[in-house]
Design a protein around this ligand. Structure first.
Ligand code: GMT
Length: 376
């Protein structure tokens, strides 16, 4: 039986929004009817699908209220859509606020539907540290009909945070293999004035302090002492001014290319030799998987879900958080051994396609939906 599924996510650039949107697209390709409910159209929803619908949540600013009542408006919208469209499932990406809004909508709507909540990390690793939100997170998880998390590490963190016996399925993230593949574009290298003898290091993030972009810069400075190289910095965020200053102090201006927020990353990964992901919190690290699918090995930190994505010594290296010396050595070792590098690059593609196959992962979500609806 084909299902009617509501998807609640943050529509802006960010791993959870990307996964929610890609999941909706793949479920639609499998014949399900998808209803996105969010404050703006998810940025990855570019193509028109006859069975994907979008319902906008109005965020109104009322002069009597200090803050716009987003959560209440979202809950009302979910209740309205569920009732009108007769949805079977609402899939909330984030326990807070989305699972709570879905639960409130279930109370409001005169219609029964099941709730699946996916934990992406920030809801547990950041919001979970705030004692005033802990009981709301616990409530959102316990009252959902099924809960998933994007890595085993995130399941452990969640279990440490809340005292719940709720079973949490590990459902890894995925990429669309039809898009994420190596598409080497020589013209891009020429445009960026990258010489043939130069290696390319890339970092992609939202430049929040947890991403430790300064470690990326210090690592790159060490790499460049040994090997001719350029660093592509993709993204923007609160740490940007600090990073620009460090690049300036280390006199790396000629070697660091600031690209800002970019939508189409495939060609950037494809011209890169290594992706650096040196975060201090990372429940999965979707950019690592994207890079691997394009044949770019990843050097990451031994944090959260990163070691579940990178296979240490096979598709990249997992290094100690903040150990710039060790990280730089690992990169240099790989870049100086062409045979080893090619092996890592091929293994990265194999792992991305086989271990994180989109078809397998979408089927896993589908099985969860059928299970809670008690259907086959
Ligand atoms: O990394 C971020 O700051 C964005 C955040 C989000 O909510 O979109 O990403 C989280 O979810 C992604 C998709 O599941 C994961 O790949 C990221 O590792 C996770 N970020 C953190 O845990 C910090």
């Amino acid at each position: 039986m084909k299902l009617k599924i509501g998807i609640i996510c943050y529509p802006t650039v960010g791993g959870s929004g990307v996964i929610a949107t890609e999941l909706g697209k793949l479920l639609a390709e499998r014949g399900h009817e998808i209803h996105f409910i969010s404050s703006s159209i998810p940025f990855r929803l570019k193509k028109l699908y006859p069975n994907i619908f979008y319902h906008q949540v109005e965020i109104n600013q009322y002069s009597v209220f200090h803050y716009p009542p987003y959560d209440i408006q979202l809950a009302s919208k979910i209740a309205e859509v569920v009732h009108r469209e007769k949805l079977h499932i609402v899939h909330a990406h984030y326990a807070i606020p989305h699972a709570i809004c879905a639960l409130l909508a279930r109370q409001m709507a005169d219609y029964d539907f099941k709730i699946v909540t996916t934990l992406h990390g920030t809801d547990i690793t950041v919001l979970g540290q705030d004692p005033s939100l802990k009981s709301a997170i616990q409530y959102g998880i316990e009252k959902s009909d099924a809960v998933t998390a994007v890595s085993k590490a995130l399941v452990c963190e969640t279990q440490k945070l809340i005292t719940s016996r709720k079973y949490i399925h590990v459902v890894y993230n995925f990429v669309d293999e039809r898009i994420y593949m190596n598409k080497t574009s020589q013209y891009l290298k020429e445009n960026f004035r990258i010489d043939d003898n130069e290696k390319v290091i890339i970092h992609v993030s939202n430049f929040r302090p947890v991403k430790r972009v300064k470690d990326v810069i210090y690592t790159f400075a060490k790499i460049r002492d040994e090997i001719p190289a350029k660093l592509l910095l993709v993204g923007d965020g609160p740490e940007m001014a600090k990073i620009e200053k460090i690049v300036d102090q280390l006199q790396l201006n000629e070697s660091v290319i600031f690209l800002g927020k970019q939508d189409n990353l495939v060609e950037l990964y494809s011209i890169s030799d290594i992706l650096l992901l040196l975060s201090e919190k990372e429940s999965f690290g979707l950019v690592a998987l994207e890079a691997m699918a394009c044949g770019t090995p990843v050097i990451g930190t031994n944090i959260g879900g990163i070691p579940e994505v990178i296979e240490h010594g096979k598709t990249g290296y997992v290094c100690e958080l903040g150990n710039i010396e060790q990280i730089a050595k690992s990169v240099i070792k790989l870049l100086q051994d062409q045979q080893l590098y090619e092996k890592f690059s091929n293994e990265s593609i194999n792992r991305a396609i086989n271990r994180f196959s989109s078809e397998q992962i979408v089927r896993y979500y589908e099985d969860i939906y059928y299970q809670i609806l008690e259907m086959d």
